[in-house]
Design a protein around this ligand. Structure first.
Ligand SMILES: [Zn+2]
Ligand SMILES: [Zn+2]
Length: 176
């Protein structure tokens, strides 16, 4: 959905959409969209700003990716709110000259007369995902010795601790 600045000059744009899986591309991130991405919100021009746009809303979606530890599918129900400001790229030139007091607000830029809502949402989803994508906090992962999923089968491989080995070697040296 294209949020056109021309339309915003007339009135605030309100949106209430559900993007089915496949309409946004998450494949590059090894991510799968499981549920429709639901979003409601608005886009408007900031008064007396020469093209600054404010986009606000809330979204909910369920995403999935391979678990970082065991590679099984891990699911992430995400929801959140956003309140973002976008400036036309033509501002970049004079921003170097004029110090603008933005406080804590993060500013992005747009060109071409508006902003794709899908791009905004894609970024929000990627930001909302946890750093560690695990199927559960206590996922035991895959045994590096026998390759079994340790959540499903306990194995009795004894894993040598490389850290200790190195200490052992050091100690031997010291004794000589
Ligand atoms: Zn896992
Ligand atoms: Zn094992």
């Amino acid at each position: 959905m294209f949020l056109s600045v021309k339309d915003m000059e007339l009135r605030k744009i309100r949106f209430d959409e559900a993007f089915e899986p496949g309409r946004m591309d998450f494949a590059g991130e090894e991510l799968e969209q499981v549920s429709p991405l639901e979003v409601t919100g608005s886009a408007e021009l900031v008064e007396h700003s020469e093209g600054e746009v404010r986009i606000r809303g809330r979204y909910a979606v369920e995403m999935a990716s391979p678990c970082d530890r065991c590679l099984k599918r891990a699911q992430f129900p995400l929801e959140g709110t956003f309140d973002l400001y976008y400036r036309p790229t033509s501002w970049i030139a004079h921003e170097e000259e004029v110090e603008i007091d933005d406080g804590e607000v993060e500013i992005a830029f747009y060109e071409g007369g508006g902003i794709e809502l899908e791009d905004v949402l894609q970024e929000q989803v990627l930001l909302a995902l946890p750093m560690q994508r695990v199927c559960s906090a206590d996922c035991k992962g895959i045994c590096p010795a026998c390759g079994r999923n340790r959540n499903e089968t306990a194995c009795d491989c004894r894993l040598e601790n490389h850290g200790d080995e190195r200490w052992g070697a050091l100690r031997k040296l010291e004794l000589q």
